[in-house]
Write a protein that binds this ligand. Structure first.
Ligand SMILES: [Zn+2]
Length: 323
């Protein structure tokens, strides 16, 4: 599926990922980088599955430049942008097929542009590692607190206790517990024997320096602790993460079209009934907004970044503190 891809090749190898989906008008080269240095842990770092989640792609491209074979023990595969057709057009999803890549796993080797990339990741890359680190961000639509979560299964060499340790090693302020979805990258990989960590943070349609730094430091801390990198981050990070559950009830959805005004800051701790946001009408004679109140106590983890929201879209969600 990608000529010349040899995950066992010693040292550092960089190939053009877009060779998997040839013939897309104007698409520029993008990269998959494999770094091997003897025996050790095997990790995939993957970003840009949603094309407009750019903090992840910035950090992973830096790491492709910086990390040399002597910095690695085992194997590190870095894919800064697994969805080049979306990313290079400034979009969350690929314009060729309009699919959300993070709902296309395990993919189709002979399918659409997005499905072919998913199949490459699932069928060819996943078997080369024990741990997938899938790096997301808020993108154009949301602002998100820095948080990590993860999944494993009986098929993986990393059990639940080890996964908890990996999540802690990130030094992030929040660890989220959410039900896995098999059609996502991080949900599909444990079913294929590869435990996963998913990262969130940043967003809001613009890169913020501090969010890039948090993401980069977390990855460096986590990969050093896991043993695949010999150097880590300079900052120690949070010594104790806040653990939160996110279930369906934590999501506050728009019941009609309108204009979003958040009434609490991202990361705020709220009680049941607190006013989270108001949705102002975008038409008609009345200016009366609809109030969105917290369905339970928790921390505001994610907020809609755009003015306008459509019926059924997420306004914000909270995480319920774990006892
Ligand atoms: Zn995403």
């Amino acid at each position: 599926m990608l000529d010349g891809f040899n995950p066992d090749a010693p040292g550092k190898t960089i190939l053009d990922l877009t060779a998997i989906t040839p013939g897309i008008d104007g698409l520029q080269e993008d990269v998959i980088c494999t770094i091997n240095n003897g025996e050790g842990p095997r990790v995939i770092l993957c970003g840009g599955i949603h094309g407009d989640e750019y903090e992840a792609q910035i950090v992973l491209r830096q790491l492709v430049n910086e990390i040399q074979p002597q910095d690695v023990r085992g194997r590190l595969i870095i894919i800064p942008t697994i969805n080049p057709s979306a990313s290079q057009r400034g979009q969350r999803i690929s314009p060729e097929d309009g699919q959300n890549m993070n709902r296309t796993f395990p993919g189709k080797a002979e399918g659409s542009v997005t499905e072919r990339m998913s199949a490459f990741l699932h069928d060819v890359v996943f078997p080369q590692a024990d741990l997938l680190v899938d790096v997301h961000a808020g993108g154009g639509d949301y602002n998100v607190v820095p948080m990590v979560f993860g999944f494993t299964s009986d098929k993986c060499s990393i059990d639940n206790a080890a996964l908890e340790g990996i999540l802690d090693s990130w030094g992030y302020p929040y660890i989220e517990y959410v039900e896995g979805i098999a059609s996502t990258s991080a949900g599909a990989s444990p079913l294929a024997g590869v435990a996963s960590v998913e990262i969130e943070g940043g967003g809001g349609g613009a890169v913020r320096t501090e969010e890039v730094a948090i993401m980069r430091d977390g990855i460096l801390r986590g990969l050093k602790a896991y043993g695949v990198l010999t150097k880590g981050a300079e900052s120690p990070g949070n010594s104790t993460a806040i653990r939160v559950d996110v279930r369906k009830d934590n999501n506050h959805m728009a019941e009609g079209d309108g204009i979003v005004e958040h009434r609490v800051p991202l990361g705020a701790e709220v009680a049941t009934g607190d006013l989270l946001a108001v949705i102002h009408p975008a038409h008609g004679r009345t200016g009366t907004p609809v109030e969105i109140r917290a369905k339970g106590p928790g921390i505001v983890l994610r907020q809609r970044a755009r003015f306008f929201i459509r019926k059924g879209e997420l306004i914000c969600n909270t995480g319920t503190l774990r006892a």
